[in-house]
Write a protein that binds this ligand. Sequence first.
Ligand SMILES: [Zn+2]
Length: 179
Amino acid sequence: MKKTTKERQKVALLSRRKVVLAENLFREVVPSDVIVRENPRTVTHRHTYGGLSKFFLQLTARKLYGTKCRSTSCAHTGIWLPPRVHCPDCWEKMCWVEIDTSGAKVYTHSMTNLPGAGFMLSTPCPLISVEIPGVCTKFMSYLSKFGEGEPYIGMPVKPVFRTRRPTYTILDVSWVPNE
Ligand SMILES: [Zn+2]
């Protein structure tokens, strides 16, 4: 069946839209002899946070909670952040501890300019791991406010929380310089 002019224009427009999307994603010109395909996918992922629910609920109250082993015979005495329900060393159930972030600082960092599909933050985005006194893990997060030359290793940071329309994901907490 022969396409009408309007249908041909629509096909051309759709094709151009895919090329523009690809060029924006890869930040380079797509040569005219390269085919750009679009395969829409829809996935609904339903799951429970189970014993970790408290961590996400407390973010909306501007509190950061980790967990600590409750066994007195366990060699592991540090606080885990993100929390674990059971101790990775002795499998005892862990207990909740509110974290004092007053001494938090950037342990290491990297800048994300070309995020993968599903990345929900704006770019460039400084990804940081945060060192907190008393916490035995380094907390992976991102810096939501930063200036020239930031972040740097050892930079004091403090957490900020998304309390309006929380997502109940790890993105409800981010860090800013603690000046
Ligand atoms: Zn333990």
